[in-house]
Design a protein around this ligand. Sequence first.
Ligand code: UD1
Length: 413
Amino acid sequence: MATRSALRIRAPGDAAHLGVLEGASDADDILHPESRSGPTIEKERGMNKPTILLVAGARPNFMKVAPVWRALEATGKFSLVLVHTGQHYDDNMSKVFFDDLRLPRPNAHLGVGSGSHAGQTARVMLAFESAMMDADPDLVVVVGDVNSTMACALVSVKLSVPVAHVEAGLRSFDRTMPEEINRMVTDILSDLLFITSAEARDNLMREGVDPAKIHLVGNVMIDSLHFYATAAAASPILATLGLEGSRYGLVTLHRPSNVDDTMVLVPLLEALVRIGEECPLVFPVHPRTRAVIERVGIEVQADRMRLIDPLGYLDFMKLMRYSSIVLTDSGGIQEETTALGIPCLTIRDNTERPITVTVGTNRLVGTGPKRIVSEALDVLHHGVAGAKIPDRWDGNAAPRIAEVITRFLYEQS
Ligand code: UD1
Protein backbone atom coordinates (compact mmCIF):
# COMPACT_ATOMS: atom_id res chain seq x y z
CA MET A 1 0.00 0.00 0.00
CA ALA A 2 1.35 3.43 -0.91
CA THR A 3 2.26 5.39 2.20
CA ARG A 4 1.36 9.04 2.09
CA SER A 5 1.51 9.49 5.83
CA ALA A 6 4.30 11.25 7.64
CA LEU A 7 5.07 13.23 10.71
CA ARG A 8 7.07 16.37 10.31
CA ILE A 9 8.69 18.03 13.30
CA ARG A 10 9.51 21.66 12.79
CA ALA A 11 11.97 23.63 14.84
CA PRO A 12 10.44 25.11 17.99
CA GLY A 13 9.38 28.67 17.29
CA ASP A 14 8.31 28.02 13.70
CA ALA A 15 4.76 29.10 13.11
CA ALA A 16 3.34 25.61 13.08
CA HIS A 17 -0.12 25.09 11.72
CA LEU A 18 -1.94 21.84 11.91
CA GLY A 19 -4.51 21.28 9.15
CA VAL A 20 -7.96 20.80 10.62
CA LEU A 21 -7.10 21.85 14.14
CA GLU A 22 -8.51 25.20 14.94
CA GLY A 23 -9.77 27.35 17.75
CA ALA A 24 -6.83 27.60 20.17
CA SER A 25 -8.20 29.36 23.21
CA ASP A 26 -7.81 33.11 23.38
CA ALA A 27 -5.99 34.16 26.52
CA ASP A 28 -8.51 36.95 27.10
CA ASP A 29 -11.38 34.59 26.86
CA ILE A 30 -10.33 31.64 28.97
CA LEU A 31 -13.22 31.88 31.34
CA HIS A 32 -16.61 30.55 30.50
CA PRO A 33 -18.92 33.59 30.34
CA GLU A 34 -20.80 32.24 33.34
CA SER A 35 -17.69 32.60 35.48
CA ARG A 36 -17.80 36.34 35.17
CA SER A 37 -20.79 36.57 37.45
CA GLY A 38 -18.74 35.30 40.41
CA PRO A 39 -19.54 32.56 42.82
CA THR A 40 -22.56 33.97 44.66
CA ILE A 41 -25.13 31.23 44.95
CA GLU A 42 -28.76 31.96 44.43
CA LYS A 43 -30.75 28.90 45.20
CA GLU A 44 -34.28 28.02 45.89
CA ARG A 45 -34.41 26.67 49.39
CA GLY A 46 -36.98 23.93 49.74
CA MET A 47 -38.81 24.05 53.05
CA ASN A 48 -36.97 21.71 55.42
CA LYS A 49 -35.36 19.84 52.56
CA PRO A 50 -31.70 18.93 53.00
CA THR A 51 -29.43 20.75 50.53
CA ILE A 52 -27.06 18.70 48.38
CA LEU A 53 -24.26 20.47 46.54
CA LEU A 54 -22.92 18.70 43.44
CA VAL A 55 -19.48 19.61 42.07
CA ALA A 56 -18.52 19.54 38.39
CA GLY A 57 -15.13 20.76 37.26
CA ALA A 58 -13.73 19.10 34.18
CA ARG A 59 -14.97 17.33 31.06
CA PRO A 60 -15.11 13.79 32.48
CA ASN A 61 -17.24 15.01 35.40
CA PHE A 62 -20.22 16.29 33.46
CA MET A 63 -21.64 12.97 32.20
CA LYS A 64 -21.27 11.57 35.73
CA VAL A 65 -22.99 14.49 37.47
CA ALA A 66 -25.97 14.57 35.08
CA PRO A 67 -27.56 11.22 36.07
CA VAL A 68 -26.90 11.81 39.77
CA TRP A 69 -28.56 15.23 39.53
CA ARG A 70 -31.56 13.72 37.75
CA ALA A 71 -31.95 10.87 40.24
CA LEU A 72 -31.70 13.16 43.27
CA GLU A 73 -34.14 15.62 41.71
CA ALA A 74 -36.59 12.79 40.98
CA THR A 75 -36.86 11.99 44.69
CA GLY A 76 -38.28 15.49 45.35
CA LYS A 77 -36.58 15.29 48.75
CA PHE A 78 -33.65 17.66 48.30
CA SER A 79 -32.68 21.20 47.36
CA LEU A 80 -29.93 20.85 44.79
CA VAL A 81 -27.04 23.21 44.11
CA LEU A 82 -24.63 22.77 41.20
CA VAL A 83 -21.16 24.32 41.37
CA HIS A 84 -18.87 24.39 38.33
CA THR A 85 -15.27 25.02 39.39
CA GLY A 86 -14.26 26.12 35.89
CA GLN A 87 -11.26 23.74 35.74
CA HIS A 88 -12.31 23.20 32.13
CA TYR A 89 -13.57 26.32 30.43
CA ASP A 90 -13.34 26.03 26.62
CA ASP A 91 -16.81 25.79 25.11
CA ASN A 92 -15.95 22.42 23.59
CA MET A 93 -14.63 21.09 26.94
CA SER A 94 -17.51 22.40 29.06
CA LYS A 95 -20.44 24.36 27.62
CA VAL A 96 -21.26 21.83 24.90
CA PHE A 97 -21.52 19.16 27.61
CA PHE A 98 -23.96 21.22 29.64
CA ASP A 99 -26.03 21.67 26.48
CA ASP A 100 -25.79 18.03 25.34
CA LEU A 101 -26.53 16.62 28.80
CA ARG A 102 -29.21 19.24 29.47
CA LEU A 103 -27.57 20.03 32.79
CA PRO A 104 -28.97 23.07 34.57
CA ARG A 105 -26.93 26.26 34.52
CA PRO A 106 -24.61 26.06 37.56
CA ASN A 107 -25.69 28.02 40.62
CA ALA A 108 -22.08 29.16 40.83
CA HIS A 109 -19.19 29.10 38.39
CA LEU A 110 -15.86 29.53 40.16
CA GLY A 111 -13.81 30.27 37.02
CA VAL A 112 -10.56 28.79 38.35
CA GLY A 113 -9.08 27.91 34.92
CA SER A 114 -5.77 26.14 34.30
CA GLY A 115 -2.52 26.22 36.23
CA SER A 116 -0.04 24.11 38.13
CA HIS A 117 -1.52 21.39 40.30
CA ALA A 118 -0.97 23.40 43.47
CA GLY A 119 -2.19 26.61 41.90
CA GLN A 120 -5.33 25.11 40.40
CA THR A 121 -6.13 23.10 43.54
CA ALA A 122 -5.60 26.12 45.78
CA ARG A 123 -7.81 28.34 43.61
CA VAL A 124 -10.59 25.75 43.66
CA MET A 125 -10.32 25.44 47.44
CA LEU A 126 -10.51 29.17 48.11
CA ALA A 127 -13.40 29.80 45.73
CA PHE A 128 -15.25 26.67 46.80
CA GLU A 129 -15.01 27.64 50.45
CA SER A 130 -16.98 30.81 49.64
CA ALA A 131 -19.49 28.82 47.63
CA MET A 132 -19.94 26.47 50.58
CA MET A 133 -20.62 29.40 52.88
CA ASP A 134 -23.33 30.62 50.49
CA ALA A 135 -24.92 27.24 49.89
CA ASP A 136 -24.65 25.84 53.42
CA PRO A 137 -25.19 22.26 52.16
CA ASP A 138 -25.91 19.12 54.16
CA LEU A 139 -23.91 16.94 51.77
CA VAL A 140 -21.39 17.53 48.99
CA VAL A 141 -21.24 15.10 46.06
CA VAL A 142 -18.00 14.88 44.08
CA VAL A 143 -17.36 12.61 41.10
CA GLY A 144 -14.30 11.12 39.44
CA ASP A 145 -10.69 12.01 40.11
CA VAL A 146 -9.82 15.44 38.77
CA ASN A 147 -8.16 18.17 40.82
CA SER A 148 -11.54 19.78 41.50
CA THR A 149 -12.82 16.52 42.99
CA MET A 150 -10.08 16.38 45.60
CA ALA A 151 -10.04 20.12 46.31
CA CYS A 152 -13.78 20.31 46.99
CA ALA A 153 -13.79 17.16 49.12
CA LEU A 154 -11.05 18.64 51.28
CA VAL A 155 -12.87 21.96 51.73
CA SER A 156 -16.11 20.17 52.63
CA VAL A 157 -14.70 17.96 55.36
CA LYS A 158 -12.82 20.92 56.84
CA LEU A 159 -16.20 22.62 57.13
CA SER A 160 -17.63 19.43 58.71
CA VAL A 161 -19.91 18.77 55.76
CA PRO A 162 -20.06 15.09 54.74
CA VAL A 163 -18.83 14.09 51.29
CA ALA A 164 -20.12 11.46 48.88
CA HIS A 165 -17.63 10.26 46.25
CA VAL A 166 -19.06 8.81 43.07
CA GLU A 167 -16.59 6.43 41.36
CA ALA A 168 -14.64 5.71 44.53
CA GLY A 169 -11.98 3.06 45.08
CA LEU A 170 -10.37 2.99 41.62
CA ARG A 171 -6.61 2.51 41.85
CA SER A 172 -3.93 2.37 39.17
CA PHE A 173 -1.25 1.94 41.89
CA ASP A 174 0.73 4.53 39.96
CA ARG A 175 1.40 7.53 42.15
CA THR A 176 2.93 9.48 39.28
CA MET A 177 -0.62 9.95 37.98
CA PRO A 178 -2.19 13.09 39.44
CA GLU A 179 -5.55 11.32 39.38
CA GLU A 180 -4.27 8.53 41.65
CA ILE A 181 -3.42 11.06 44.35
CA ASN A 182 -6.81 12.74 43.87
CA ARG A 183 -8.58 9.38 44.19
CA MET A 184 -6.73 8.37 47.36
CA VAL A 185 -7.23 11.69 49.12
CA THR A 186 -10.89 11.99 48.13
CA ASP A 187 -11.69 8.46 49.23
CA ILE A 188 -10.10 8.76 52.64
CA LEU A 189 -12.11 11.94 53.27
CA SER A 190 -15.48 10.68 52.06
CA ASP A 191 -18.41 9.48 54.14
CA LEU A 192 -20.19 7.70 51.30
CA LEU A 193 -18.16 5.81 48.71
CA PHE A 194 -20.04 4.75 45.60
CA ILE A 195 -18.13 2.09 43.69
CA THR A 196 -18.46 0.68 40.18
CA SER A 197 -16.97 -2.77 40.75
CA ALA A 198 -15.99 -5.20 43.51
CA GLU A 199 -12.23 -4.54 43.16
CA ALA A 200 -12.84 -1.01 44.38
CA ARG A 201 -14.14 -2.39 47.68
CA ASP A 202 -10.93 -4.41 48.13
CA ASN A 203 -8.82 -1.35 47.38
CA LEU A 204 -10.70 0.79 49.89
CA MET A 205 -10.69 -1.81 52.65
CA ARG A 206 -6.94 -2.31 52.16
CA GLU A 207 -6.60 1.42 52.91
CA GLY A 208 -8.66 1.11 56.08
CA VAL A 209 -11.99 2.49 54.86
CA ASP A 210 -14.99 1.38 56.96
CA PRO A 211 -16.90 -1.13 54.79
CA ALA A 212 -20.20 0.39 55.96
CA LYS A 213 -19.37 3.50 53.90
CA ILE A 214 -18.94 1.53 50.66
CA HIS A 215 -21.84 0.98 48.25
CA LEU A 216 -21.56 -1.01 45.01
CA VAL A 217 -24.00 0.90 42.82
CA GLY A 218 -22.68 0.41 39.28
CA ASN A 219 -21.43 2.99 36.85
CA VAL A 220 -23.06 6.37 36.35
CA MET A 221 -21.18 6.92 33.06
CA ILE A 222 -23.14 3.99 31.72
CA ASP A 223 -26.36 5.61 32.99
CA SER A 224 -25.52 8.51 30.68
CA LEU A 225 -24.61 6.21 27.81
CA HIS A 226 -28.11 4.69 28.02
CA PHE A 227 -30.03 7.86 28.79
CA TYR A 228 -28.60 9.87 25.89
CA ALA A 229 -28.48 7.00 23.38
CA THR A 230 -31.36 8.30 21.29
CA ALA A 231 -30.02 11.86 21.26
CA ALA A 232 -26.55 10.56 20.33
CA ALA A 233 -28.02 8.48 17.50
CA ALA A 234 -29.38 11.71 16.01
CA SER A 235 -25.93 13.35 15.93
CA PRO A 236 -24.90 14.24 12.37
CA ILE A 237 -21.19 13.70 13.10
CA LEU A 238 -20.71 10.70 10.80
CA ALA A 239 -22.10 12.62 7.86
CA THR A 240 -20.16 15.74 8.84
CA LEU A 241 -16.91 13.77 8.78
CA GLY A 242 -17.92 11.80 5.67
CA LEU A 243 -17.75 8.51 7.58
CA GLU A 244 -21.24 7.10 7.07
CA GLY A 245 -20.95 3.41 6.23
CA SER A 246 -17.14 3.54 6.52
CA ARG A 247 -14.79 1.57 8.72
CA TYR A 248 -12.77 3.83 11.01
CA GLY A 249 -11.02 3.97 14.37
CA LEU A 250 -11.24 6.61 17.07
CA VAL A 251 -8.27 8.03 19.02
CA THR A 252 -7.93 10.13 22.16
CA LEU A 253 -4.66 10.98 23.92
CA HIS A 254 -4.26 13.47 26.73
CA ARG A 255 -2.41 11.90 29.69
CA PRO A 256 0.56 14.08 30.64
CA SER A 257 2.80 10.97 30.58
CA ASN A 258 1.87 10.38 26.91
CA VAL A 259 1.65 13.87 25.50
CA ASP A 260 3.83 16.29 27.48
CA ASP A 261 7.13 14.69 26.38
CA THR A 262 7.66 14.66 22.61
CA MET A 263 10.02 11.67 22.99
CA VAL A 264 6.86 9.75 23.95
CA LEU A 265 4.28 11.60 21.86
CA VAL A 266 6.01 11.50 18.48
CA PRO A 267 6.51 7.68 18.42
CA LEU A 268 2.87 7.33 19.53
CA LEU A 269 1.71 9.52 16.65
CA GLU A 270 3.89 7.50 14.27
CA ALA A 271 2.25 4.30 15.50
CA LEU A 272 -1.19 5.83 14.95
CA VAL A 273 -0.27 6.95 11.44
CA ARG A 274 0.78 3.34 10.71
CA ILE A 275 -2.53 1.99 12.08
CA GLY A 276 -4.35 4.58 9.99
CA GLU A 277 -2.95 2.95 6.86
CA GLU A 278 -4.93 -0.15 7.83
CA CYS A 279 -8.04 1.61 9.13
CA PRO A 280 -8.58 5.38 8.88
CA LEU A 281 -8.49 7.14 12.24
CA VAL A 282 -10.32 10.15 13.67
CA PHE A 283 -8.52 11.93 16.49
CA PRO A 284 -10.33 14.68 18.43
CA VAL A 285 -7.37 16.46 20.01
CA HIS A 286 -7.47 17.52 23.68
CA PRO A 287 -6.23 21.09 24.34
CA ARG A 288 -3.26 19.77 26.35
CA THR A 289 -2.18 17.62 23.40
CA ARG A 290 -2.89 20.38 20.91
CA ALA A 291 -0.71 22.76 22.93
CA VAL A 292 2.27 20.37 22.71
CA ILE A 293 1.72 19.68 19.01
CA GLU A 294 1.61 23.39 18.26
CA ARG A 295 4.49 24.34 20.54
CA VAL A 296 6.86 21.78 19.05
CA GLY A 297 5.57 22.17 15.53
CA ILE A 298 4.53 18.62 14.82
CA GLU A 299 2.76 18.50 11.49
CA VAL A 300 0.80 15.36 10.91
CA GLN A 301 0.64 14.77 7.18
CA ALA A 302 -1.56 11.74 7.17
CA ASP A 303 -4.42 11.24 4.75
CA ARG A 304 -5.80 8.54 6.97
CA MET A 305 -5.58 10.13 10.42
CA ARG A 306 -7.75 13.20 10.84
CA LEU A 307 -7.07 15.54 13.71
CA ILE A 308 -10.17 17.48 14.69
CA ASP A 309 -11.21 19.70 17.57
CA PRO A 310 -12.63 18.07 20.73
CA LEU A 311 -16.20 16.88 20.28
CA GLY A 312 -19.27 17.27 22.44
CA TYR A 313 -20.77 14.34 24.31
CA LEU A 314 -23.40 13.29 21.78
CA ASP A 315 -21.09 13.50 18.76
CA PHE A 316 -18.38 11.54 20.55
CA MET A 317 -20.82 8.83 21.66
CA LYS A 318 -22.08 8.43 18.10
CA LEU A 319 -18.54 8.27 16.72
CA MET A 320 -17.53 5.70 19.36
CA ARG A 321 -20.60 3.49 18.80
CA TYR A 322 -19.82 3.00 15.10
CA SER A 323 -16.03 2.72 15.34
CA SER A 324 -14.15 -0.53 14.68
CA ILE A 325 -11.46 0.18 17.26
CA VAL A 326 -10.76 2.81 19.91
CA LEU A 327 -7.22 3.76 20.93
CA THR A 328 -7.12 5.87 24.07
CA ASP A 329 -5.42 6.78 27.32
CA SER A 330 -8.69 8.00 28.89
CA GLY A 331 -10.23 6.30 31.90
CA GLY A 332 -13.89 6.74 31.06
CA ILE A 333 -13.56 5.62 27.45
CA GLN A 334 -12.30 2.23 28.63
CA GLU A 335 -15.65 1.87 30.41
CA GLU A 336 -17.84 3.20 27.62
CA THR A 337 -16.24 0.90 25.02
CA THR A 338 -16.75 -2.04 27.37
CA ALA A 339 -20.44 -1.18 27.71
CA LEU A 340 -20.75 -0.79 23.92
CA GLY A 341 -18.73 -3.92 23.09
CA ILE A 342 -16.23 -1.90 21.01
CA PRO A 343 -12.60 -3.12 21.05
CA CYS A 344 -10.44 -0.70 23.03
CA LEU A 345 -6.65 -0.48 23.21
CA THR A 346 -5.53 1.50 26.24
CA ILE A 347 -2.23 3.23 25.59
CA ARG A 348 -0.96 3.05 29.16
CA ASP A 349 1.02 0.66 31.34
CA ASN A 350 -1.71 0.40 33.98
CA THR A 351 -5.40 0.96 34.44
CA GLU A 352 -7.48 1.86 37.48
CA ARG A 353 -10.35 0.10 35.72
CA PRO A 354 -9.13 -3.53 35.52
CA ILE A 355 -12.67 -4.87 35.11
CA THR A 356 -12.70 -3.44 31.57
CA VAL A 357 -9.79 -5.81 30.82
CA THR A 358 -10.90 -8.89 32.80
CA VAL A 359 -14.56 -8.69 31.76
CA GLY A 360 -14.81 -6.14 28.97
CA THR A 361 -13.28 -5.31 25.59
CA ASN A 362 -10.22 -3.45 26.82
CA ARG A 363 -6.56 -4.39 26.23
CA LEU A 364 -3.76 -2.67 28.08
CA VAL A 365 -1.07 -2.28 25.41
CA GLY A 366 1.52 0.02 26.98
CA THR A 367 3.11 2.92 25.18
CA GLY A 368 5.59 1.16 22.92
CA PRO A 369 4.74 1.85 19.26
CA LYS A 370 5.54 -1.67 18.01
CA ARG A 371 3.15 -3.37 20.42
CA ILE A 372 0.42 -0.78 19.83
CA VAL A 373 0.57 -1.36 16.07
CA SER A 374 0.62 -5.16 16.34
CA GLU A 375 -2.25 -5.25 18.86
CA ALA A 376 -4.29 -2.88 16.70
CA LEU A 377 -3.75 -4.99 13.61
CA ASP A 378 -4.70 -8.09 15.60
CA VAL A 379 -7.94 -6.46 16.81
CA LEU A 380 -8.76 -5.15 13.35
CA HIS A 381 -8.24 -8.59 11.79
CA HIS A 382 -9.70 -10.80 14.52
CA GLY A 383 -11.88 -8.60 16.78
CA VAL A 384 -12.19 -9.33 20.53
CA ALA A 385 -13.95 -12.39 21.87
CA GLY A 386 -15.88 -13.17 25.02
CA ALA A 387 -16.40 -9.68 26.38
CA LYS A 388 -19.25 -9.03 28.81
CA ILE A 389 -20.80 -6.05 30.55
CA PRO A 390 -19.84 -5.77 34.23
CA ASP A 391 -22.42 -6.29 36.97
CA ARG A 392 -24.70 -3.28 37.58
CA TRP A 393 -23.48 -1.31 34.56
CA ASP A 394 -27.13 -1.26 33.63
CA GLY A 395 -28.13 2.40 33.52
CA ASN A 396 -29.49 2.44 37.08
CA ALA A 397 -26.47 3.42 39.14
CA ALA A 398 -27.68 6.95 39.90
CA PRO A 399 -31.08 5.88 41.31
CA ARG A 400 -29.16 3.49 43.61
CA ILE A 401 -26.99 6.41 44.70
CA ALA A 402 -30.09 8.54 45.36
CA GLU A 403 -31.53 5.77 47.55
CA VAL A 404 -28.39 5.56 49.69
CA ILE A 405 -28.15 9.34 49.99
CA THR A 406 -31.81 9.57 51.00
CA ARG A 407 -31.22 7.06 53.78
CA PHE A 408 -28.05 8.86 54.82
CA LEU A 409 -29.65 12.30 55.05
CA TYR A 410 -33.06 11.30 56.39
CA GLU A 411 -32.18 8.47 58.73
CA GLN A 412 -28.93 9.62 60.34
CA SER A 413 -29.40 10.82 63.89
C1 UD1 B 1 -7.92 16.93 33.45
C2 UD1 B 1 -7.83 15.90 34.57
C3 UD1 B 1 -7.76 14.51 33.99
C4 UD1 B 1 -8.89 14.26 33.00
C5 UD1 B 1 -8.86 15.35 31.96
C6 UD1 B 1 -9.95 15.20 30.93
C7 UD1 B 1 -6.63 16.60 36.60
C8 UD1 B 1 -5.36 16.47 37.33
N1 UD1 B 1 -6.63 16.09 35.36
O1 UD1 B 1 -6.72 16.86 32.72
O2 UD1 B 1 -7.87 13.57 35.04
O3 UD1 B 1 -8.72 13.01 32.42
O4 UD1 B 1 -9.01 16.61 32.62
O5 UD1 B 1 -9.91 16.22 30.00
O6 UD1 B 1 -7.59 17.12 37.12
N2 UD1 B 1 -7.07 23.44 28.59
C9 UD1 B 1 -7.70 24.26 27.70
N3 UD1 B 1 -9.05 24.41 27.84
C10 UD1 B 1 -9.77 23.79 28.79
C11 UD1 B 1 -9.10 22.96 29.71
C12 UD1 B 1 -7.75 22.79 29.60
O7 UD1 B 1 -7.10 24.84 26.81
O8 UD1 B 1 -11.00 23.98 28.85
C13 UD1 B 1 -5.60 23.22 28.43
C14 UD1 B 1 -4.76 24.20 29.19
O9 UD1 B 1 -3.61 24.41 28.44
C15 UD1 B 1 -4.42 23.41 30.43
C16 UD1 B 1 -4.32 22.00 29.89
O10 UD1 B 1 -5.30 21.94 28.88
O11 UD1 B 1 -3.25 23.86 31.03
C17 UD1 B 1 -4.57 20.94 30.91
O12 UD1 B 1 -5.81 21.17 31.59
P1 UD1 B 1 -6.01 20.60 33.08
O13 UD1 B 1 -7.37 20.87 33.55
O14 UD1 B 1 -4.87 21.06 33.94
O15 UD1 B 1 -5.78 19.06 32.92
P2 UD1 B 1 -6.26 18.04 31.80
O16 UD1 B 1 -5.06 17.58 31.05
O17 UD1 B 1 -7.40 18.57 31.01
